[in-house]
Design a protein around this ligand. Structure first.
Ligand code: DLL
Length: 443
Protein backbone atom coordinates (compact mmCIF):
# COMPACT_ATOMS: atom_id res chain seq x y z
CA UNK A 1 0.00 0.00 0.00
CA UNK A 2 1.27 3.49 -0.92
CA UNK A 3 0.02 5.93 1.73
CA UNK A 4 0.29 9.13 -0.34
CA UNK A 5 0.40 8.10 -4.02
CA UNK A 6 0.16 11.70 -5.21
CA UNK A 7 3.51 12.61 -3.62
CA UNK A 8 5.21 9.22 -3.69
CA UNK A 9 4.61 8.48 -7.38
CA UNK A 10 4.63 12.02 -8.82
CA UNK A 11 6.43 12.44 -12.17
CA UNK A 12 9.98 13.69 -11.61
CA UNK A 13 9.46 16.98 -13.49
CA UNK A 14 6.34 17.83 -11.47
CA UNK A 15 8.13 17.00 -8.24
CA UNK A 16 11.04 19.25 -9.18
CA UNK A 17 8.62 22.15 -9.77
CA UNK A 18 7.09 21.61 -6.34
CA UNK A 19 10.54 21.32 -4.75
CA UNK A 20 11.72 24.56 -6.33
CA UNK A 21 8.66 26.47 -5.19
CA UNK A 22 9.07 25.12 -1.63
CA UNK A 23 12.82 25.78 -1.68
CA UNK A 24 12.31 29.41 -2.65
CA UNK A 25 9.79 29.83 0.17
CA UNK A 26 11.94 28.23 2.85
CA UNK A 27 15.03 30.17 1.80
CA UNK A 28 13.09 33.43 2.01
CA UNK A 29 11.66 32.54 5.44
CA UNK A 30 15.08 31.63 6.78
CA UNK A 31 16.65 34.82 5.45
CA UNK A 32 13.92 37.02 6.87
CA UNK A 33 13.44 35.37 10.27
CA UNK A 34 16.78 33.89 11.40
CA UNK A 35 19.84 36.12 11.90
CA UNK A 36 22.16 33.11 11.53
CA UNK A 37 20.86 32.38 8.03
CA UNK A 38 20.96 36.04 6.99
CA UNK A 39 24.61 36.35 8.08
CA UNK A 40 25.50 33.01 6.50
CA UNK A 41 23.93 34.07 3.18
CA UNK A 42 25.48 37.53 3.29
CA UNK A 43 28.91 36.04 3.93
CA UNK A 44 28.46 33.75 0.91
CA UNK A 45 27.24 36.71 -1.20
CA UNK A 46 23.86 35.18 -2.08
CA UNK A 47 20.31 36.42 -1.62
CA UNK A 48 17.03 34.47 -1.60
CA UNK A 49 16.11 35.79 -5.07
CA UNK A 50 19.26 34.13 -6.49
CA UNK A 51 17.52 30.74 -6.14
CA UNK A 52 15.89 30.42 -9.57
CA UNK A 53 16.42 26.71 -10.19
CA UNK A 54 17.16 23.61 -8.10
CA UNK A 55 20.80 23.81 -9.30
CA UNK A 56 21.07 27.19 -7.54
CA UNK A 57 20.89 25.29 -4.27
CA UNK A 58 24.62 24.70 -4.74
CA UNK A 59 25.26 28.42 -4.35
CA UNK A 60 23.88 28.43 -0.82
CA UNK A 61 26.13 28.03 2.22
CA UNK A 62 26.15 24.84 4.33
CA UNK A 63 24.92 24.39 7.89
CA UNK A 64 26.83 22.18 10.33
CA UNK A 65 26.20 20.60 13.70
CA UNK A 66 28.43 23.25 15.32
CA UNK A 67 25.98 25.94 14.08
CA UNK A 68 23.29 24.29 16.22
CA UNK A 69 25.57 24.27 19.26
CA UNK A 70 26.56 27.90 18.74
CA UNK A 71 22.90 28.92 18.49
CA UNK A 72 21.78 26.81 21.46
CA UNK A 73 19.00 26.51 22.44
CA UNK A 74 16.45 28.34 20.24
CA UNK A 75 18.30 30.87 18.10
CA UNK A 76 17.79 28.93 14.85
CA UNK A 77 14.00 28.82 15.20
CA UNK A 78 12.23 30.61 12.35
CA UNK A 79 8.90 31.18 14.14
CA UNK A 80 7.81 32.84 17.34
CA UNK A 81 8.24 30.57 20.39
CA UNK A 82 4.43 30.72 20.89
CA UNK A 83 4.05 28.61 17.75
CA UNK A 84 6.52 25.92 18.87
CA UNK A 85 4.57 22.98 20.29
CA UNK A 86 7.40 20.48 20.79
CA UNK A 87 11.16 20.31 21.38
CA UNK A 88 13.43 17.35 20.61
CA UNK A 89 17.17 16.98 20.63
CA UNK A 90 20.20 14.77 20.65
CA UNK A 91 21.74 13.34 23.78
CA UNK A 92 24.73 15.67 23.56
CA UNK A 93 27.55 13.25 24.36
CA UNK A 94 29.96 15.89 23.07
CA UNK A 95 28.93 18.97 25.08
CA UNK A 96 25.54 20.70 24.85
CA UNK A 97 22.67 18.78 23.28
CA UNK A 98 21.44 19.95 19.90
CA UNK A 99 17.89 21.26 20.11
CA UNK A 100 15.18 21.30 17.44
CA UNK A 101 11.58 22.59 17.49
CA UNK A 102 8.28 21.81 15.75
CA UNK A 103 5.08 23.75 15.05
CA UNK A 104 1.70 22.00 14.94
CA UNK A 105 2.03 21.79 11.17
CA UNK A 106 5.57 20.31 11.47
CA UNK A 107 4.25 17.58 13.79
CA UNK A 108 1.47 16.81 11.31
CA UNK A 109 3.88 16.62 8.34
CA UNK A 110 6.21 14.43 10.37
CA UNK A 111 3.36 12.07 11.35
CA UNK A 112 2.40 11.87 7.68
CA UNK A 113 5.89 10.95 6.45
CA UNK A 114 6.20 8.31 9.19
CA UNK A 115 2.77 6.89 8.22
CA UNK A 116 4.07 6.67 4.63
CA UNK A 117 7.22 4.98 5.94
CA UNK A 118 5.26 2.33 7.84
CA UNK A 119 3.26 1.52 4.67
CA UNK A 120 6.51 1.33 2.74
CA UNK A 121 7.65 -1.32 5.24
CA UNK A 122 4.49 -3.37 4.69
CA UNK A 123 2.32 -1.89 7.45
CA UNK A 124 -1.33 -0.90 7.08
CA UNK A 125 -4.16 0.70 9.06
CA UNK A 126 -5.42 -1.63 11.74
CA UNK A 127 -1.99 -3.07 12.58
CA UNK A 128 -0.90 -3.36 16.18
CA UNK A 129 2.56 -1.83 16.33
CA UNK A 130 5.19 -2.45 19.03
CA UNK A 131 7.33 0.68 19.30
CA UNK A 132 10.59 -0.09 21.13
CA UNK A 133 12.31 3.20 20.26
CA UNK A 134 13.11 5.33 23.30
CA UNK A 135 10.54 7.99 24.21
CA UNK A 136 11.86 11.37 25.32
CA UNK A 137 14.04 14.04 23.77
CA UNK A 138 15.20 11.40 21.24
CA UNK A 139 12.97 11.57 18.15
CA UNK A 140 12.65 7.79 17.69
CA UNK A 141 9.84 7.00 20.16
CA UNK A 142 7.47 9.92 19.62
CA UNK A 143 8.34 10.15 15.92
CA UNK A 144 7.19 6.59 15.22
CA UNK A 145 4.31 6.97 17.66
CA UNK A 146 2.59 9.85 15.87
CA UNK A 147 3.08 8.12 12.52
CA UNK A 148 1.49 4.89 13.78
CA UNK A 149 -1.55 6.83 15.00
CA UNK A 150 -1.73 8.92 11.80
CA UNK A 151 -1.81 5.72 9.76
CA UNK A 152 -4.74 4.42 11.80
CA UNK A 153 -2.74 1.64 13.44
CA UNK A 154 -2.53 0.92 17.18
CA UNK A 155 0.59 2.17 18.94
CA UNK A 156 2.07 0.17 21.79
CA UNK A 157 4.38 2.84 23.30
CA UNK A 158 6.66 0.46 25.17
CA UNK A 159 9.92 2.46 24.62
CA UNK A 160 13.35 0.82 25.13
CA UNK A 161 14.42 -1.36 28.06
CA UNK A 162 12.71 -3.84 30.42
CA UNK A 163 13.19 -6.59 27.85
CA UNK A 164 11.21 -9.38 29.61
CA UNK A 165 8.16 -7.09 29.69
CA UNK A 166 8.61 -6.33 25.97
CA UNK A 167 8.43 -10.06 25.29
CA UNK A 168 5.28 -10.49 27.37
CA UNK A 169 3.61 -7.62 25.48
CA UNK A 170 4.61 -9.07 22.09
CA UNK A 171 3.10 -12.41 23.10
CA UNK A 172 -0.08 -10.91 24.55
CA UNK A 173 -0.86 -8.05 22.12
CA UNK A 174 0.09 -9.91 18.92
CA UNK A 175 1.59 -6.98 16.98
CA UNK A 176 2.24 -7.21 13.20
CA UNK A 177 4.93 -4.50 13.23
CA UNK A 178 7.87 -3.67 15.47
CA UNK A 179 10.36 -0.80 15.53
CA UNK A 180 13.62 -0.25 17.40
CA UNK A 181 17.36 -0.03 16.87
CA UNK A 182 18.62 -3.25 15.26
CA UNK A 183 20.99 -3.77 18.19
CA UNK A 184 18.18 -3.54 20.74
CA UNK A 185 15.88 -5.79 18.72
CA UNK A 186 18.68 -8.40 18.71
CA UNK A 187 18.74 -8.05 22.46
CA UNK A 188 15.01 -8.90 22.60
CA UNK A 189 15.60 -11.91 20.33
CA UNK A 190 18.43 -13.16 22.55
CA UNK A 191 16.30 -12.80 25.67
CA UNK A 192 13.51 -14.78 23.98
CA UNK A 193 15.96 -17.56 23.18
CA UNK A 194 17.20 -17.54 26.78
CA UNK A 195 13.59 -17.94 27.94
CA UNK A 196 13.20 -20.98 25.67
CA UNK A 197 10.90 -19.15 23.22
CA UNK A 198 11.22 -19.30 19.44
CA UNK A 199 11.41 -15.72 18.08
CA UNK A 200 10.14 -16.98 14.71
CA UNK A 201 6.85 -17.96 16.28
CA UNK A 202 5.58 -14.50 17.25
CA UNK A 203 2.82 -12.62 15.40
CA UNK A 204 5.41 -10.17 13.99
CA UNK A 205 5.60 -9.81 10.18
CA UNK A 206 7.76 -6.72 9.62
CA UNK A 207 10.37 -4.67 11.47
CA UNK A 208 11.40 -1.03 11.00
CA UNK A 209 14.98 -0.74 12.18
CA UNK A 210 17.42 2.17 12.11
CA UNK A 211 18.83 5.12 14.10
CA UNK A 212 22.26 3.43 13.90
CA UNK A 213 24.37 1.98 11.09
CA UNK A 214 23.76 -1.72 10.38
CA UNK A 215 24.72 -4.11 7.62
CA UNK A 216 23.04 -6.47 5.14
CA UNK A 217 24.43 -9.35 7.19
CA UNK A 218 22.69 -7.98 10.29
CA UNK A 219 19.45 -7.77 8.28
CA UNK A 220 19.84 -11.41 7.20
CA UNK A 221 20.28 -12.49 10.84
CA UNK A 222 17.29 -10.47 12.09
CA UNK A 223 15.03 -11.72 9.29
CA UNK A 224 16.12 -15.29 9.80
CA UNK A 225 15.91 -15.33 13.58
CA UNK A 226 12.55 -13.51 13.68
CA UNK A 227 10.89 -14.77 10.49
CA UNK A 228 10.04 -11.19 9.43
CA UNK A 229 10.84 -8.62 6.72
CA UNK A 230 13.30 -6.08 8.12
CA UNK A 231 13.62 -2.63 6.52
CA UNK A 232 16.02 0.22 7.17
CA UNK A 233 14.62 3.58 8.33
CA UNK A 234 16.76 6.71 8.40
CA UNK A 235 16.41 10.15 9.86
CA UNK A 236 18.01 12.72 12.12
CA UNK A 237 16.57 15.17 14.58
CA UNK A 238 18.07 18.16 12.77
CA UNK A 239 16.05 17.32 9.64
CA UNK A 240 12.90 16.04 11.44
CA UNK A 241 13.59 12.64 13.05
CA UNK A 242 12.75 9.16 11.70
CA UNK A 243 10.94 9.12 8.34
CA UNK A 244 13.34 11.13 6.20
CA UNK A 245 13.76 7.90 4.22
CA UNK A 246 12.94 4.20 4.41
CA UNK A 247 13.29 1.04 2.33
CA UNK A 248 10.23 -0.54 0.77
CA UNK A 249 9.47 -4.14 1.65
CA UNK A 250 9.08 -5.04 -2.03
CA UNK A 251 12.64 -4.22 -3.14
CA UNK A 252 14.65 -3.60 0.08
CA UNK A 253 17.01 -1.82 -2.25
CA UNK A 254 17.71 1.74 -1.14
CA UNK A 255 15.75 4.07 1.12
CA UNK A 256 12.96 6.16 -0.46
CA UNK A 257 13.37 9.79 0.54
CA UNK A 258 10.23 11.86 1.28
CA UNK A 259 11.34 14.21 -1.50
CA UNK A 260 8.41 16.61 -1.23
CA UNK A 261 9.73 17.52 2.24
CA UNK A 262 13.47 16.88 2.10
CA UNK A 263 15.91 17.74 -0.68
CA UNK A 264 19.01 15.51 -0.65
CA UNK A 265 22.46 16.13 -2.07
CA UNK A 266 25.73 14.20 -1.88
CA UNK A 267 28.92 16.20 -1.48
CA UNK A 268 32.60 15.47 -1.25
CA UNK A 269 33.19 15.82 2.52
CA UNK A 270 36.65 17.29 1.95
CA UNK A 271 35.85 19.94 -0.69
CA UNK A 272 32.09 20.47 -0.29
CA UNK A 273 31.65 19.92 -4.04
CA UNK A 274 28.37 18.33 -5.18
CA UNK A 275 28.76 14.74 -6.46
CA UNK A 276 26.69 12.99 -9.17
CA UNK A 277 24.14 10.21 -8.60
CA UNK A 278 25.74 6.91 -7.68
CA UNK A 279 28.83 8.40 -6.13
CA UNK A 280 29.42 7.98 -2.41
CA UNK A 281 29.87 11.04 -0.21
CA UNK A 282 28.36 13.05 2.64
CA UNK A 283 24.58 13.41 2.70
CA UNK A 284 23.29 16.97 2.86
CA UNK A 285 19.63 17.85 3.46
CA UNK A 286 17.48 20.92 2.95
CA UNK A 287 14.07 20.84 4.63
CA UNK A 288 11.40 22.13 2.24
CA UNK A 289 8.39 22.45 4.54
CA UNK A 290 9.64 22.75 8.12
CA UNK A 291 8.34 25.87 9.87
CA UNK A 292 9.95 26.00 13.33
CA UNK A 293 13.39 24.63 12.52
CA UNK A 294 14.15 24.72 8.80
CA UNK A 295 17.60 23.60 7.67
CA UNK A 296 19.38 24.72 4.51
CA UNK A 297 22.08 22.39 3.17
CA UNK A 298 22.62 20.67 6.51
CA UNK A 299 25.73 18.49 6.50
CA UNK A 300 24.67 15.25 8.16
CA UNK A 301 28.10 13.66 8.49
CA UNK A 302 26.55 10.43 7.12
CA UNK A 303 28.08 8.63 4.13
CA UNK A 304 25.74 7.38 1.38
CA UNK A 305 24.94 7.69 -2.34
CA UNK A 306 21.75 8.58 -4.25
CA UNK A 307 19.86 6.62 -6.92
CA UNK A 308 17.21 8.37 -9.07
CA UNK A 309 15.76 5.24 -10.77
CA UNK A 310 12.09 4.46 -10.27
CA UNK A 311 11.73 1.51 -7.91
CA UNK A 312 9.87 -1.71 -8.66
CA UNK A 313 7.41 -0.78 -5.88
CA UNK A 314 6.17 2.06 -8.13
CA UNK A 315 7.51 4.95 -6.07
CA UNK A 316 9.33 7.60 -8.11
CA UNK A 317 11.13 9.07 -5.09
CA UNK A 318 14.92 9.26 -5.12
CA UNK A 319 16.51 6.53 -3.03
CA UNK A 320 19.60 6.73 -0.84
CA UNK A 321 21.87 3.81 -0.10
CA UNK A 322 22.19 2.32 3.36
CA UNK A 323 24.41 4.58 5.50
CA UNK A 324 27.96 3.26 5.45
CA UNK A 325 28.84 5.19 8.59
CA UNK A 326 29.48 8.66 9.95
CA UNK A 327 32.44 10.69 8.76
CA UNK A 328 33.48 11.00 12.46
CA UNK A 329 33.36 7.22 12.95
CA UNK A 330 35.68 6.40 10.09
CA UNK A 331 38.72 4.58 11.43
CA UNK A 332 42.07 5.10 9.79
CA UNK A 333 43.97 1.89 10.41
CA UNK A 334 47.56 2.11 9.13
CA UNK A 335 46.39 4.53 6.45
CA UNK A 336 43.34 2.50 5.37
CA UNK A 337 39.84 3.95 5.85
CA UNK A 338 37.51 1.50 7.60
CA UNK A 339 33.90 1.93 8.78
CA UNK A 340 32.54 -0.20 11.64
CA UNK A 341 29.77 -1.48 9.30
CA UNK A 342 32.46 -3.05 7.10
CA UNK A 343 33.87 -4.86 10.13
CA UNK A 344 30.30 -5.92 11.04
CA UNK A 345 29.75 -7.42 7.59
CA UNK A 346 32.74 -9.71 7.99
CA UNK A 347 32.03 -10.71 11.60
CA UNK A 348 28.38 -11.54 10.95
CA UNK A 349 29.27 -13.86 8.09
CA UNK A 350 30.74 -16.25 10.72
CA UNK A 351 28.08 -18.34 12.39
CA UNK A 352 30.50 -19.08 15.25
CA UNK A 353 30.20 -15.40 16.30
CA UNK A 354 27.29 -13.70 18.04
CA UNK A 355 26.15 -10.44 16.37
CA UNK A 356 27.78 -8.19 18.98
CA UNK A 357 31.09 -6.39 18.61
CA UNK A 358 33.06 -3.31 19.62
CA UNK A 359 36.10 -1.62 18.14
CA UNK A 360 38.48 -0.55 20.91
CA UNK A 361 41.09 2.09 20.09
CA UNK A 362 44.05 2.84 22.29
CA UNK A 363 47.42 4.51 22.05
CA UNK A 364 50.46 2.25 21.63
CA UNK A 365 53.43 4.59 21.90
CA UNK A 366 53.06 6.99 19.00
CA UNK A 367 50.68 4.66 17.12
CA UNK A 368 46.99 3.93 17.44
CA UNK A 369 46.07 0.35 18.32
CA UNK A 370 42.76 -1.02 17.03
CA UNK A 371 41.19 -4.12 18.54
CA UNK A 372 37.95 -5.70 17.40
CA UNK A 373 36.20 -7.41 20.30
CA UNK A 374 33.66 -10.02 19.36
CA UNK A 375 31.72 -12.74 21.08
CA UNK A 376 31.50 -16.48 20.48
CA UNK A 377 28.11 -18.18 20.35
CA UNK A 378 26.99 -20.65 23.01
CA UNK A 379 26.90 -23.43 20.40
CA UNK A 380 30.53 -22.88 19.44
CA UNK A 381 31.62 -22.72 23.08
CA UNK A 382 30.16 -26.13 23.87
CA UNK A 383 33.08 -28.47 24.43
CA UNK A 384 35.68 -25.69 24.77
CA UNK A 385 37.07 -25.30 28.30
CA UNK A 386 40.00 -23.02 27.72
CA UNK A 387 39.61 -20.25 25.14
CA UNK A 388 43.34 -19.52 24.97
CA UNK A 389 44.39 -23.09 24.29
CA UNK A 390 41.72 -24.35 21.96
CA UNK A 391 42.71 -25.40 18.47
CA UNK A 392 39.29 -24.56 17.03
CA UNK A 393 39.53 -21.04 18.48
CA UNK A 394 42.99 -20.55 16.98
CA UNK A 395 41.71 -21.76 13.60
CA UNK A 396 38.66 -19.54 13.76
CA UNK A 397 40.82 -16.52 14.61
CA UNK A 398 42.99 -17.24 11.58
CA UNK A 399 39.97 -17.60 9.32
CA UNK A 400 38.33 -14.34 10.47
CA UNK A 401 41.66 -12.51 10.29
CA UNK A 402 42.15 -13.69 6.73
CA UNK A 403 38.70 -12.58 5.65
CA UNK A 404 39.07 -9.19 7.40
CA UNK A 405 42.33 -8.59 5.57
CA UNK A 406 40.68 -9.45 2.24
CA UNK A 407 37.60 -7.32 2.84
CA UNK A 408 39.20 -4.28 4.51
CA UNK A 409 42.66 -4.32 2.94
CA UNK A 410 44.32 -4.20 6.35
CA UNK A 411 44.61 -6.66 9.24
CA UNK A 412 43.00 -5.90 12.56
CA UNK A 413 43.64 -7.37 16.00
CA UNK A 414 40.78 -9.66 16.97
CA UNK A 415 39.76 -10.57 20.48
CA UNK A 416 37.29 -13.42 20.89
CA UNK A 417 35.26 -13.30 24.10
CA UNK A 418 32.95 -15.75 25.87
CA UNK A 419 29.19 -15.48 25.19
CA UNK A 420 27.28 -12.62 26.87
CA UNK A 421 30.35 -10.58 27.80
CA UNK A 422 30.07 -7.50 25.57
CA UNK A 423 27.66 -4.74 26.63
CA UNK A 424 24.12 -4.89 25.17
CA UNK A 425 22.30 -1.74 24.07
CA UNK A 426 18.79 -0.51 24.82
CA UNK A 427 19.05 2.20 22.16
CA UNK A 428 21.91 3.08 19.86
CA UNK A 429 24.77 0.58 20.15
CA UNK A 430 28.23 1.88 21.06
CA UNK A 431 30.48 0.39 18.39
CA UNK A 432 33.65 2.41 19.05
CA UNK A 433 35.33 2.72 22.44
CA UNK A 434 38.16 5.21 22.20
CA UNK A 435 40.68 5.32 25.06
CA UNK A 436 43.16 7.59 23.29
CA UNK A 437 42.20 10.86 24.89
CA UNK A 438 40.38 10.01 28.09
CA UNK A 439 40.17 6.89 30.19
CA UNK A 440 36.92 5.06 29.46
CA UNK A 441 35.83 7.45 26.73
CA UNK A 442 33.18 6.28 24.31
CA UNK A 443 32.84 7.60 20.79
O1 DLL B 1 18.35 8.56 15.16
C1 DLL B 1 16.30 9.44 14.23
C2 DLL B 1 15.79 8.07 14.01
C3 DLL B 1 15.01 7.47 14.95
C4 DLL B 1 16.07 7.42 12.82
C5 DLL B 1 14.49 6.20 14.74
C6 DLL B 1 15.55 6.16 12.57
C7 DLL B 1 14.77 5.55 13.53
P1 DLL B 1 19.33 11.32 15.88
O2 DLL B 1 19.33 10.81 17.27
O3 DLL B 1 19.36 12.79 15.65
O4 DLL B 1 18.04 10.83 15.11
O5 DLL B 1 20.55 10.64 15.14
C8 DLL B 1 20.74 10.83 13.77
O6 DLL B 1 21.72 8.63 13.52
O7 DLL B 1 22.78 11.31 11.43
C9 DLL B 1 22.87 8.86 11.50
O8 DLL B 1 24.25 9.02 11.81
C10 DLL B 1 22.27 7.86 12.46
N1 DLL B 1 21.20 7.10 11.79
C11 DLL B 1 19.88 7.31 11.84
N2 DLL B 1 19.23 6.37 11.11
C12 DLL B 1 20.19 5.57 10.57
C13 DLL B 1 20.18 4.43 9.72
C14 DLL B 1 17.66 9.53 14.89
N3 DLL B 1 19.08 3.87 9.27
C15 DLL B 1 21.93 10.02 13.28
N4 DLL B 1 21.39 3.91 9.35
C16 DLL B 1 22.10 10.13 11.80
C17 DLL B 1 22.54 4.44 9.81
C18 DLL B 1 21.45 6.06 11.01
N5 DLL B 1 22.60 5.49 10.63
Amino acid sequence: MIFNPEMETMARGEMQKLQLQRLQEVVRRCYENVPFHRQNFDRAGVRPEDVRSLEDLQRLPFMKKSDLRENYPFKLFAVDMKEVVRIHGSSGTKGKPTVVGYTKKDIENWAEVVARAICCAGGRPGDIFHNAYGYGLFTGGLGLHYGIEYLGATAVPVSGGNTPRQITLIQDFQPRGIAGTPSYILNIVEEMERMGLNPRETSLEYGIFGAEPWSEEMRAQLEDKMGIKAVDIYGLSEVIGPGVSIECHEAQDGLHIAVDHFLAEIIDPATGEALPYGQEGELVFTSLTKEAFPVIRYRTGDIASLNPETCKCGRTTIRMSRIKGRVDDMLIIRGVNVFPTEIESVLLSFKQLAPHYQVVIDRDGALDRFEVHCELTNEFMRGIDDLDNSESVVNLLKEIGHMMKNALGVSVQLKLNKPNTLPRSEGKAVRIVDYRNKAGAVK
